[in-house]
Design a binder for this molecule. Structure first.
Ligand code: GDP
Ligand code: MN
Length: 348
């Protein structure tokens, strides 16, 4: 009694998932974070970023996964940060985070020492390799009840409001893969990757974009001879999980995994996903989301378009934007292949 309800707030409240039930506006989608117990603070920070900039108006679920059981403290604290959407905590089954029996562990240890000497990023880390393999071939098994997922790492930021629901945009626009950052991979981490990719896919995947209507030219500048190292930075990734669940992806991953090079080299899930997406999807199924102001150490994306920054209430400096940094040619390459217009101030 006596409570004044402002129409706008009523509308907002209706969108809120305060009861924990799925609002009819939601897509069949979830956030997903692979995270260690030790990263609780950074995870809370990411949760606030996502909730404040987006999820408070939607209330999507969030699946947290860990190769070790989450501590009570981790789960209780994370739960207390949720006012909408439901967090779930999953311990990753051992078979998704261990050596396949054809991998020689001594050889793996030796190649980690080599990689470290060659200054491969995370070259000396064993857990990093399990992480990359898990993110390449297994994470989607934990999300079997969802159609779409949005990957969020601890310690990331969104500098802009995310007004439209990307999941809805995907369903309505038949999109299967969404990226917010495009860049080249470190060459010495993926030395043998392209050879396996070339052996796996028929030759015309690389040359005939008429037959395949793909984005092969985003990842190769010479008709498939070499990998140009361009990839979607997968620590931000929104995808249609059916992309990974299909037989074609399974065969691709198995071919890569059979080489043991997730352990003998340091293949990241970003090039593994990106190469597949570029070869198998139609260009129109791939979306670049440049209005969210994504930040993951040390790179920041910031919309170049001033109106976009204002509309989305961004807190970022376009001069620090990484996608269009002068020596990162992958963004331009992507726009060219997609036939997109460059953002203001960027020239071919
Ligand atoms: P970077 O983004 O390549 O610098 O690598 P990160 O250290 O951020 O790892 C990528 C993601 O995997 C992050 O979400 C980490 O929390 C997670 N991660 C990495 N290693 C492990 C691990 O050993 N266990 C668990 N549970 N998560 C990990
Ligand atoms: Mn990270």
């Amino acid at each position: 009694p006596g409570q004044v309800l402002i129409p706008e707030l009523i509308a907002d409240e209706a969108a809120l998932n305060v009861t924990g039930h799925m609002s009819p506006r939601l897509e069949n989608a979830t956030f997903f974070s692979l995270v260690r117990n030790s990263e609780l603070d950074q995870m809370l920070s990411s949760i606030r970023e996502v909730q404040d900039r987006f999820n408070i108006r939607f209330g999507y679920d969030w699946v947290f996964a860990n190769d070790k059981p989450f501590t009570e403290e981790f789960m209780t604290t994370v739960r207390s940060y949720f006012t909408s959407g439901t967090p779930q905590f999953v311990t990753i089954p051992r078979e998704y985070w261990s050596y396949p029996d054809w991998v020689d562990k001594d050889r793996a240890a030796e190649s980690r020492r080599d990689a470290e000497n060659q200054r491969v990023m995370y070259g000396g880390s064993e857990s990093y390799r399990h992480m990359c393999r898990f993110n390449s071939g297994f994470f989607f098994y934990l999300l079997s009840s969802y159609r779409y997922y949005w990957r969020v790492e601890p310690g990331i930021k969104f500098s802009c409001d995310i007004i439209d629901d990307p999941f809805r945009l995907m369903r309505e626009g038949s999109k299967k893969y969404v990226s917010a950052m495009i860049m080249p991979e470190g060459e010495n981490a993926v030395k043998g990757l392209w050879t396996v990719v070339r052996q796996h896919f028929p030759a015309d995947f690389f040359t005939s974009q008429v037959d395949h209507n793909n984005l092969a030219s985003f990842i190769t500048d010479d008709g498939g001879l070499t990998y140009n190292l361009c990839h979607f930075w997968s620590n931000f990734e929104i995808a249609d999980l059916d992309l990974f669940r299909g037989e074609q992806y399974q065969e691709y991953f198995n071919a890569l995994d059979a080489t043991g090079n997730f352990f003998y080299e340091r293949w990241g899930d970003a090039p593994v996903h990106s190469i597949y997406v570029a070869l198998v999807l139609q260009p129109s199924e791939i979306m670049f989301l440049d209005t969210v102001g994504y930040y993951h150490k040390p790179n920041h994306a910031c919309p170049r378009d001033e109106t976009a920054r204002k509309v989305n209430r961004c807190l970022c400096d376009p001069n620090e934007d990484w996608n269009w940094h002068t020596w990162n040619s992958c963004g331009k390459n992507y726009f060219k292949m997609q036939g997109h217009q460059l953002p203001p101030g960027i020239v071919w």
